[in-house]
Design a protein around this ligand. Structure first.
Ligand SMILES: *[C@@H]1O[C@H](CO)[C@@H](O)[C@H](O)[C@H]1NC(C)=O
Ligand SMILES: *[C@@H]1O[C@H](CO)[C@@H](O)[C@H](O)[C@H]1NC(C)=O
Ligand SMILES: *[C@@H]1O[C@H](CO)[C@@H](O)[C@H](O)[C@H]1NC(C)=O
Length: 389
């Protein structure tokens, strides 16, 4: 009986299992993958690379991954492509617009290759996409404004390309986005309204200009890191900025800011660890209010146009590890507490050099480089000797 039933059992199994066992990657996805590969110059595809193993005599998702499709893509249980994560071997080519046919795609990572051309607007239809990294390729043109449709996007990294133009106003529609890195491109114009759930914002090394406005940052209650150095931002950095409740690290060095307003932290607004505002055009006095941020460990205001004394509170601030105030017109005597040997401030590094300070002890590392010549300081202080404080 059992012997008789066995073939029937196998037959039934085969019959019912067939649609699943030979199920394969949908044709639209195969054609998208073929187009993806054929948009890359064959000469830039090493045989040992991931894309080198994309040989379409096998099914991309369902073949046993021992000969072909060894890496570079993953599929889900229904043989749909969910991620493309390329190796960095110097693939050179364009990104096919047909990538939009991979409708279950969650991750698209082409990082550190040589993709060029424009970013196809069709990627905006990939509604499940959570991570895009095109970092360090050669993409050019602007970011398609349809990007705002990527409702699932959490991590967007276009850093290190040749993208240009204004940042799209639709960026703020990316309501799940927590990390945005557009550093080292050629973006210009003003900072648009930013997505509300950002934790990390990095757009360093571009040509953004105008003011840092409340309009861009309102509601960004989770923002921890702001990296906007080496742009052309101007005007006064206003006090609301430092009140963003989760802010920890700010780098706005190498811009054209002319002033900085900082208030004492409000209750609960006190996570600020590092502030770099060096190489701007900041005028006015050094505010004592920085010292009211309880965990501030690193402050740079080097190479600005600050004048007046260094408030005593700076040498009493025990959380401070790095203090760069060199290259300003600070005057008076630096607080003696900076130089008490063996004291708890001996761990402070940085510089008070290249100012108009008097009596900065030469033997202290903090006093290097030497102060400005008296003649330059006199000029700045309207011919008067810098006031002694
Ligand atoms: C300052 O920014 C300019 C572009 O605005 C850039 O060319 C230069 O390398 C930057 N300097 C530093 C020290 O980062
Ligand atoms: C701020 O950015 C500049 C330029 O990118 C960099 O040289 C500097 O080290 C950064 N500051 C801090 C505190 O990391
Ligand atoms: C310090 O902050 C307070 C508000 O907390 C403000 O009124 C005052 O002007 C600030 N002082 C300086 C020197 O910036």
């Amino acid at each position: 009986m059992i012997i008789l039933l066995k073939p029937i059992f196998f037959f039934l199994c085969f019959f019912f299992y067939t649609p699943f066992s030979v199920s394969s990657t949908p044709p639209t996805e195969i054609s998208a993958l073929k187009s993806f590969k054929s948009s890359i110059k064959p000469s830039s595809i090493p045989p040992y690379s991931c894309i080198g193993s994309w040989v379409f005599s096998s099914d991309p998702c369902s073949n046993p991954k021992t000969i072909h499709f060894l890496c570079g893509l993953t599929c889900d249980d229904s043989n749909r492509v969910v991620s493309i994560t390329l190796d960095s071997v110097g693939y050179s080519g364009t990104l096919t617009p047909l990538v939009s046919q991979l409708s279950q795609l969650v991750v698209l990572d082409l990082g550190q290759n040589s993709f060029y051309g424009t970013i196809p607007p069709s990627i905006s239809s990939l509604s499940l996409l959570q991570t895009i990294s095109f970092r360090f390729n050669s993409f050019s043109g602007s970011i398609p404004s349809s990007i705002g449709q990527l409702k699932s996007l959490q991590d967007l990294d276009f850093s290190g390309n040749s993208l240009s133009g204004q940042l799209p106003n639709t960026l703020f529609l990316l309501s799940r986005l927590t990390r945005l890195d557009l550093s080292f491109n050629k973006f210009s114009g003003q900072l648009p309204k930013l997505p509300l759930n950002l934790l990390e914002l990095a757009i360093k090394g571009n040509s953004l200009s105008g003011l840092i406005t409340k309009f861009s940052f309102t509601g960004l209650t989770q923002l921890e890191t702001v990296e906007l150095s080496s742009n052309s931002f101007s005007g006064v950095l206003q006090s609301w900025f430092f009140q963003l409740p989760s802010l920890q690290q700010i780098n706005l060095s190498n811009n054209s800011l002319t002033g900085v307003e900082i208030w004492k932290p409000s209750q609960g607004y006190n996570e600020l660890v590092a502030v770099d505002l060096g190489f701007n055009k900041i005028e006015g006095y050094l505010s004592v209010n920085f010292t009211n941020y309880p965990v501030l460990a690193s402050l740079s205001l080097r190479y600005n146009r600050l004048r007046g004394p260094i408030p005593l509170e700076y040498c009493k601030k025990s959380s401070l590890r790095r203090l760069f105030l060199d290259g300003n017109y600070l005057s008076g005597s630096p607080p003696a507490g900076f130089f008490t040997s063996g004291g708890k401030y001996s761990t402070l590094s940085g510089s008070l050099g290249d100012n108009c300070l008097q009596g900065c002890p030469r033997k202290s590392q903090l006093c290097l480089p030497t102060q400005k010549p008296m003649s330059m300081c006199k000029q700045i202080y309207g011919g008067k000797k810098p006031r002694k404080f």
